[in-house]
Write a protein that binds this ligand. Sequence first.
Ligand SMILES: C[S@@+](CC[C@H](N)C(=O)[O-])C[C@H]1O[C@@H](n2cnc3c(N)ncnc32)[C@H](O)[C@@H]1O
Length: 474
Amino acid sequence: MIGRLFGLQPAPAERARVLELGCGDGGNVLSLAQALPDATLTGIDAAAGGIERGTQLAGAAGLENVRLRCLDLQELPEDLGEFDYILSHGVYSWIPSRARVALLAAVRRHLAPEGIAYISYNAYPGSYLRDMARDILAFHVRDISDPQRKLDAAHELMRTIVEIEEPSPYARLLREHVERMLRYSDALLFHDDLAEIATPFYLHEFVEHSNHHGLAFLAEADLSESQMRGVPESAARLMGGLPDDVVVREQYLDFFKNRMFRQTLLCQGDAPVRRELDDRAIESLWVSSSARPEPQQSVEGQTFATPEGFTVTTTEPLVHAALDRLAKEWPASVPFSALLDIAADADDAAGTGAPRELVAARLRVVLLQAYLGRIVQLQGCPSPLCAEPGKRPVASPLARAQQAAGLPAVSSLLHANVRLEGELEPRLLPLLDGTRTDTELALALDASDDAEVKDALDRFASLGLLWRPIHWAS
Ligand SMILES: C[S@@+](CC[C@H](N)C(=O)[O-])C[C@H]1O[C@@H](n2cnc3c(N)ncnc32)[C@H](O)[C@@H]1O
């Protein structure tokens, strides 16, 4: 989707060829396979255990469009093929430099001419803080080989550090960082901060490595991260004096934000990227938004707020109507054309007499700004999810397979990890195969109250756990 905003023509996601390098047990690639049933997906990882677990999950979830292969990314077969999208999440910083070279070479070799690669890595300058905590923990656990004992010892030291009220600014900085680390899952702590290798890079270094392999920086995967908001005039002035180079500008944003982690999109070095965002691309996209109208309108207009606290306030009837519709449809998405119908009707009713092309142009601008402000999401195609439980609800087959396999969290159709809550939800999910009404579900669960089941179904729907199959005509 982002590629289209920059003037590229990558293959439509719904029929794309996707490769994940270092897929682990397939968490990302299986979730994409379910969301894009007509795409073909390949995951590779050197660890046989993860590949085996992922393959079993894919079978249990009935995913026939994904193949997981046990391969070292340093020895990929020449005939692996060409891919429209290549992703590698949580790998680049955590492998030796020889493997990093192989990863970028593989992206260059296997990425389609207008394809897009996603690579995440730890970033400087923020990771200096992380390095400090890592060094301290590495020394503390240096003689422990058992993973659980390592975790226990690391937790003990971290709890001790946060209890010591040493007033120096450096100690306070470390304390605050360690406090955050104490909230990490064991898996994250083990992989990120107790790993033998975790090499951060400045963005400019990462881009230099990529350029060396014939790849170019396209954008950050989360474009809102590239926005200058709430910075003082002096920072805007300094940015204004920088060379007209997107990487230099992004690098300074990392300095200002002390960024620790990046999710960078790359393309082939000779891909025809246009640097200014092309809002016309939005006309072919689908839009969704978790923003809800605030109960009280103020003199400035109607405010819509997301659960994360991002807000937009409008007095424009066309914007109000479009956001209202998105709020009603959430978590489902709406095609731009349908939003335009709604916006044009609202504009007509307000009597502005604007022609449809003008309403479309305004809606495109508003949606692009709302996307950059984290108010709306833009997608190349809709997710196969149900925003309402319906008569006989069906839960995501992948989520059901993950739960049956005993995973601590399941993947939603919004590509988030969801933990099932309470006593009812874990018993309800496996029953959602489309054969039972909510009354039958309540009976099967021996629930004292139908309302409890209805509430759980509504929560599943809002989290994107309820599924409806979509296939794209070929
Ligand atoms: C933290 S995991 C990330 C898994 C997955 N991408 C995710 O986001 O959950 C890093 C993965 O990279 C894999 N890996 C490391 N070196 C590799 C190599 N040389 N070839 C293939 N996979 C490798 C590891 O086995 C591990 O599964």
